[in-house]
Write a protein that binds this ligand. Structure first.
Ligand code: 0A1
Ligand code: ZN
Length: 871
């Protein structure tokens, strides 16, 4: 019977699932034996499931797009009278307490374009089962709190020599008809979302790691043969991550092997399947010639992220998908901490905060706002969001900072001790951290369930005669529809005082201050309003707040512009210098402040920072993006006006330092490539300086760009130069674009950059983006290629927020609705701020979005569209 029904769904037929309705599974699965037989035009999946009753209730097996061939229970063939089946599940009536199933289904990976379940990507068959892909492979209780032992037999034609699944290889051999098989056994219990299989023809890079317990782990990275030389960076990052998790968290790896497979068609970055990670090529392949420094850094941090999941995600997993931030938030915090060891910690924090503010704050300010632990969803795929990942990481960070390294380690030790092998909740994490450290952290729980970005407001007053500095702080969070009145949250506010005259940092330690709740410079604001008095302050101070971005909040403190300029010059932590610059810039760009104070301050600070830390200098020149500025404007948003203001400021900054750019650029000649923080800093700074030099019309600057392109020894230099040429319509632009295409047309990831640089051209237009999507190398089956156009075009709100721009995105969402709804939904989310537009654009936007209704039917795209229209 074919149950692969694809009914015309409308918004009402998609079910909303609530956290409050969670019920434990009624059966456990003691083991599953899977046989996957791959053929050119279909795949057969046979499973033997041994199940045992835990509680009363139905025996439910999830299944989607499966053709059920036969099913037997405890040796008896079942007929349709014995079960209820619908497009989502199979329910066994009156199931016995011990149930052994044999089930055979037919599936079609060769035509699976959604990239969930088992799918064919080129010559490779791979799985993606998080969150609910396994139900597209076979019938199973596909929920994260059902863990079992998997044994997997894979059979395929010998044209696919690589047959992989989780665990240890126990047997392999030949079969008739030029076919062969491999049997894998994973000794650890795991939920179905961590199951993986790979069938293809791949080369492998091998290495090994000796754990702190003295066990040797075989490390293998599988990729197409031509990509194997690009796997060394990832291999080193894997070994570094394994060592770091031992050193910092005391967590060794458990299995005998760790495999990574590179796949070019993948919806997300990578996937932490137990012992068999599957990676988007963009997150694993790296070579200076085709990979920019930030992209190479992304490879290292993604390798770390997936590796760290082995403890935070796999050995301890989530009870239900509402708890997604339990594994994701904590793991992002862990990968960010690891990445700090690879480059300047200040720059790592700048990059993490900059992305938090431009993506998560924006998400939380609009119709897609949700708490890190949502309490309902229609499609869980829509909740792999910046809020779940990045705000989730900030919550873990706040608790870690409050405890300090030693107590935090006691807390995490307790978490791993209590819950290894279990599927748990956010409460379980907070309980463990509290009990292990001896510090009660339960007041942090509301951070997980309350949406919106809190705003901390404040004033400071120095009393010269009393020698006191009084800080008044208050917090507020905007109420969101369908959520209760927001409550005050515990907000750790990093505080330092600097002597206004000398710039020296003042000591805050002392009894008086401890009584006031400031410990080691961290004050926890946990009421609606609080006052703190610093005593024995002998000279007038400037306060630095929210140091190192101690909480994910907006800060609105009554600084004068001069105070901020002071902090830009005198703060001892590079992150705080950057933050001071950003606050000044927001005042100029959003509140119309005079830029003079900023321009003088940056002109003074920059050369010195550049000499000591070029990477930090490259970030100090960050000007808030138009998208970020847009996220701060809640009504009457006029994209052209924001663009113009930003351009004027950029020009003023470029002109202010016109002579400096020339000097600075000449002082940074191209040298041999080295992968370290210092050289990466120089490359980043050279590109930023080049951009300003071009903007300031420094004589010959566009020729420098052409020369930099021609002499480049790595992609960071080549692409940095190409961007200037293309974005400034330089006479050389076309020739260099053609050269780039010729050089890299066989390197998919480099070709993505070729698409991206053109799609992201601020002087481009929708027509150009559409043309790129008509190009012979554009490929609708590869999400990276689609994103290289849609994602980079979105960097220019002036182009997006036009009728043509919005239509461009809704057309793509419509096209992907059936083909790849996960991707379609993510692309549609780019329009989430439509309702802030000034009229008549706002009404036009509504009309365009409304026109999409009825034309889409996937739960992912429909849920996003419905939410957008609720704004
Ligand atoms: N758990 C992965 C992210 C991921 C989520 C869904 C996917 O397919 C729809 C793929 C990967 C991570 O956090 O790395
Ligand atoms: Zn993750």
């Amino acid at each position: 019977m074919n149950i692969a029904v694809n009914p015309e769904l409308n918004e009402n037929s998609h079910q909303t699932i609530y956290l409050k309705d969670y019920t434990p599974p009624s059966f456990e699965v003691l083991s599953i034996d899977l046989t996957i037989q791959v053929h050119d035009d279909h795949t057969l999946v046979h499973s033997k499931l041994v199940m045992q009753r835990l509680t009363s209730g139905d025996l439910t097996l999830c299944g989607r797009d499966l053709e059920l061939l036969n099913i037997s229970l405890n040796g008896n063939v079942l007929t349709p009278d014995d079960y209820n089946i619908d497009p989502e599940q199979l329910i066994i009536k009156n199931a016995p307490d011990q149930a052994e199933f044999s089930i055979s289904v037919k599936i079609h990976p060769e035509s699976n374009t959604q990239l969930e379940g088992l799918y064919q990507a080129g010559n490779l068959f791979v799985t993606q089962n998080e969150p609910e892909g396994f139900r597209k492979i076979t019938f199973f209780p596909d929920r994260p709190d059902v863990l079992t032992v998997f044994t997997t037999r894979i059979e395929a034609d010998k044209k696919y020599p690589t047959l992989l699944a989780n665990g240890n290889l126990v047997e392999k051999g030949d079969l008739p008809d030029n076919r062969h098989f491999a049997i894998w056994h994973d000794p650890t219990k795991k939920p179905s979302y961590l199951f993986a299989a790979v069938i293809g023809d791949l080369a492998v890079l091998k290495d090994s790691f000796i754990t702190m317990e003295g066990r040797k782990v075989a490390l293998e990275i599988y990729a197409l043969a031509q990509d194997l030389p690009k796997c060394h960076v990832a291999m080193q990052a894997l070994k570094d991550s394994m060592k770091w998790d031992e050193d910092v968290y005391g967590r060794p790896y458990d299995l005998d092997n760790y495999m990574i497979v590179a796949v070019s068609q993948f919806n997300m970055g990578a996937m932490e399947n137990k012992g068999l990670n599957i990676f988007n090529t963009v997150c694993v392949l790296a070579d200076p010639e085709i990979t920019t420094d930030p992209a190479m850094f992304y490879v290292k941090s993604t390798i770390a992220h997936e590796y760290f999941h082995n403890w935070t995600g796999n050995r301890i997993t989530c009870r239900d998908w509402f708890q997604l931030c339990l594994k994701e938030g904590f793991t992002v915090f862990r990968d960010q901490s690891f990445s700090e060891t690879l480059q300047s910690a200040a720059v790592q924090r700048i990059d993490d905060v900059s992305s938090l503010k431009s993506v998560q704050f924006a998400e939380d300010a609009g119709p897609l706002s949700h708490p890190p632990r949502p309490d309902h969803f229609v499609e869980i795929n829509n909740f792999y969001t910046a809020t779940v990942y990045d705000k989730g990481a900030e919550i873990a960070r706040m608790m870690a900072n409050l405890l300090g390294p030693e107590k935090f380690r006691q807390g995490t030790d307790e978490y791993f001790r209590r819950h290894d092998g279990q599927a748990v909740t956010v409460e379980d994490l907070v309980d463990s951290l509290s009990d292990g450290s001896g510090v009660d952290l339960h007041h942090f729980l509301p951070w997980y369930s309350q949406p919106g970005t809190p705003c901390v407001k404040g004033t400071g007053h120095y009393d010269a005669s009393a020698k006191t500095y009084t800080l008044k702080l208050s917090q507020s969070t905007a109420k969101r529809p369908n959520y209760p009145e927001p409550q005050a949250l515990p907000i750790p506010v990093g505080v330092a005082l600097f002597d206004k005259n000398t710039g020296e940092q003042l000591q805050l330690q002392g009894n008086a201050l401890q009584q006031n709740g400031v410990k080691d410079g961290l004050f926890v604001l946990d009421q609606a309003e609080q006052t703190i008095v610093f005593e024995q302050i002998h000279t007038e101070p400037v306060v630095s707040l929210l140091r190192n971005f101690s909480a994910p909040v907006l800060l609105d403190f009554a600084y004068s512009d001069e105070d901020l300029a002071f902090l830009l010059a005198n703060e001892t932590n590079g992150f705080n210098q950057w933050q001071a610059a950003q606050m000044l810039l927001e005042r100029i760009l959003l509140q119309g402040h005079d830029p003079a104070v900023y321009l003088d301050a940056i002109a003074q600070a920059l050369p010195q920072v550049a000499d000591t830390d070029a990477l930090l200098a490259s970030r100090l020149l960050d000007i808030p993006s138009e998208s970020y500025l847009a996220s701060r404007i809640d009504q009457n948003f006029n994209p052209a006006e924001v663009h113009e203001k930003r351009e004027v400021l950029l020009k003023a900054l470029a002109d202010k330092l016109k002579t400096y750019w020339a000097q600075a650029y000449q002082a940074l000649p191209i040298v041999a490539f080295e992968d370290n923080s210092v050289e990466m800093g120089k490359r980043a700074y050279r590109n930023v300086v080049l951009g300003f030099a071009v903007r300031a019309n420094v004589e010959g600057a566009l020729d420098w760009a052409s020369q930099q392109y021609d002499n480049a020894v790595c992609m960071t230099e080549r692409l940095g130069a190409l961007r200037q040429l293309v974005w400034n319509n330089a006479p050389d632009a076309q020739a260099r674009l053609e050269d780039f295409y010729k050089r890299f047309k066989h390197e998919d990831l480099a070709l993505d950059q070729w698409f991206a640089v053109q799609a992201g051209n601020p002087k481009g237009n929708v027509q150009l983006a559409r043309q790129l999507m008509q190009h012979q190398d554009f490929d609708w089956s590869t999400p990276n290629r689609i994103r290289s156009v849609t994602g980079h075009f979105a960097g220019n709100p002036i182009l997006v927020w036009t009728q043509e721009g919005m239509q461009f995105y809704t057309e793509i969402a419509k096209r992907l609705d059936q083909q790849n709804p996960v991707l379609g939904s993510r692309i549609l989310q780019l329009l989430s701020r439509w309702y802030t537009l000034a009229e008549p654009m706002r009404s036009e936007a509504r009309t365009i979005l409304q026109a999409l209704k009825g034309q889409v039917s996937s739960s992912s795209v429909c849920e996003t569209l419905n939410n957008l229209l609720k704004a």
